[in-house]
Design a protein around this ligand. Sequence first.
Ligand code: PNS
Length: 159
Amino acid sequence: MSKAIYPGSFDPVTKGHLDIIIRASRIMDSLTVAVLDNPRKVATYNIEKRVEMLKLVTKPYPNVNVDYYKGLLIDYAEQKETDIIIKGLRAISDFEFEFQMALVNQKLNPAIETLFMMTNSKYSYLSSSIVKEIAALGGDISSLVPPEVHDIIIAKYAD
Ligand code: PNS
């Protein structure tokens, strides 16, 4: 049985993330979308909100579940008895960091493979930071985020 995790900050989830989730869920028997709860980095949306948003957008996909983790990704993968980590790649600029992370994780546990999925070209420019920048400045983010979470995202910038 192929069991994978798709880790990230998801601060907040975008249409680009959801595209990777849907495509990965088609080729894996089960997929856990795992949100990093990082006490060293202040997130815009707290861990409960990020998990809630992911649960809303992944509801239609029965083999997808949402969880969060603290600490090392590889420890979490071991704990979940998963041997596949899915990462999305948007551009060459993502590659260097992701390559380094994949090699570090390979060093920490060679039995766990990192698989990269190329972004859908429609979303190659998209990131959580871009969504927040546009929302904060009053722009329209409806083409960038799943409709189920649009209002939750903009509520943060209502004032
Ligand atoms: O969405 P992001 O911020 O690009 O996701 C990065 C993430 C959360 C997948 C990655 O930073 C992570 O898992 N960090 C946890 C600590 C860890 O395992 N680091 C790698 C070894 S140094």
